[in-house]
Design a binder for this molecule. Sequence first.
Ligand code: C2E
Ligand code: MG
Ligand code: MG
Ligand code: MG
Length: 281
Amino acid sequence: RAKDLGGGHIQFYSSEFARDQKKRMELATRLNKAVEKDEFVLFYQPVVDLLTGRIVGAEALIRWQTGQELVSPGEFIPLAEEIGLILPIGNWIVKEACRQISKWGEAGVSLPTISINISARQLWHGDIVTLIQKVTKEQNIQSGSLELEITESSVMKEPLRMESMLKTLHEKGFNFALDDFGTGYSSLLRLKHLPIGKLKVDKSFVDGAPGAYDNESLVKAIVQLSQNLGIDAQAEGIETVEQWQFLREVGCRYGQGYYFSPAVSAQEIEEMVRLGRRWFL
Ligand code: C2E
Ligand code: MG
Ligand code: MG
Ligand code: MG
């Protein structure tokens, strides 16, 4: 034990650190291979109009299929960001989502808006403007059918450059949503200048509402802010009918969450849309 060696806790921590590093290295190697072997798949979580209970779109969420295992993005996206692999993975996401939108369009499957998550690094270091325009043109899809989810911190860094990138895409008809809103730091003044069409109320606020006074007021404040800015509000992490009811009452128009459906395969969401899946309060 570290203590017996007389080195305080340092020994213990450093071996733990070494073990972590080793794990990270192994994961990085596997992730590199996963990119080459094309082991990723997109799942789609329905986005519901909270007034009508109907599906109006979906958020594309990546999964890593390795063997029989389906690995969640939380376990590899942060590392992929750190080691730069998010660029090839991010490119794949854009292409795959657009291919699917085009396929659904041809098959007459009505999913008006598909959202994809754009990571900070992809926004800063990737040529997202060129990529999005190129891929949507190749797949012959309308810009309005794609919504790009970005986070507060990624646009608040280098705000002027971000503003110009977002504006270029916005002028072509692409939509932006601010993901996990309320968990980061936003300058409201900057926000006003960005062509963002939607604020996504983070799950952490929705979790305690209704019931927890703080969370209730925060949700209300964010929805109010979106209304003042003249943009949409969408809640994430709706798990109960009470949350749906509450969000609807405070004027939040859109939502997603396990109460409606988790992210499912492309086939499954296609089936839901074909069957006209709908929820009632
Ligand atoms: P996010 O964009 O905020 O996505 C929402 C996450 O919450 C998803 O987890 C979704 O499955 C989960 N979720 C939705 N409804 C509920 C609910 O009612 N209860 C609970 N407990 N969870 C719910 P997921 O798919 O594991 O994704 C986690 C995060 O990983 C995403 O957060 C996003 O930041 C990132 N991510 C996912 N896919 C991509 C991607 O394609 N590209 C990038 N750059 N990041 C991605
Ligand atoms: Mg998202
Ligand atoms: Mg989110
Ligand atoms: Mg979130």
